[in-house]
Design a protein around this ligand. Sequence first.
Ligand SMILES: Cc1cc2nc3c(=O)[nH]c(=O)nc-3n(C[C@H](O)[C@H](O)[C@H](O)COP(=O)(O)O)c2cc1C
Length: 185
Amino acid sequence: MRVLGISGSLRRDSYNTKLLQAAGEIVEQHGGEFQLFDGLKAIPPYDEDDEIGYGPRAVVRLKRAIAKADAVLFATPEYNSSIPGVLKNGVDWASRPLAANPLRNKPVAVIGASTGMFGGVWAQAELRKVLGATGARVTEVELAVGHAHEHLDDAGHPIDPAQAESLRDSVEMLVAELQPLEMAA
Ligand SMILES: Cc1cc2nc3c(=O)[nH]c(=O)nc-3n(C[C@H](O)[C@H](O)[C@H](O)COP(=O)(O)O)c2cc1C
């Protein structure tokens, strides 16, 4: 079982990237492999004219990473009540061509953290909607860590036991989506 983590933040000390790393530990405790995608910044702005062959190298890298994974866990910040542009841009590229895109039928889940009070719930809701439009199987998990600077430790673990439990539940629900597929394989 391979889970790919994609953070919507490029920031070195990103709370969302750290939250994903904490989620990755839970994946590994379940015997899975966790990989963090680190190539979002290299992806050019979407341009249909650049969809020649397999497209730009950085896009191929993203699409291959998604295709290789059994599931994708997104952690996104919220910028102006919505999805950060770099993440939306990456998902737009990954969604092409729509009928055969690597997100189609892929189990995905969205969690996130922000320094605001509500933890980026609007960005998360929008990302779930966008992922649904690509054909991904969006797992109904919810974890929005507000005031992330106070509620995550240095390694991205939620300090509040209820949120730590919620992170574990989120990962376990995503992993549970895979079990029928793995049994059928
Ligand atoms: C352009 C911009 C817009 C932001 N808008 C919001 C917002 O709408 N809601 C919110 O909760 N936080 C907002 N924030 C604060 C982010 O939650 C905060 O920068 C957070 O640390 C970003 O996540 P990261 O630590 O993973 O980079 C905004 C930050 C930036 C840079």
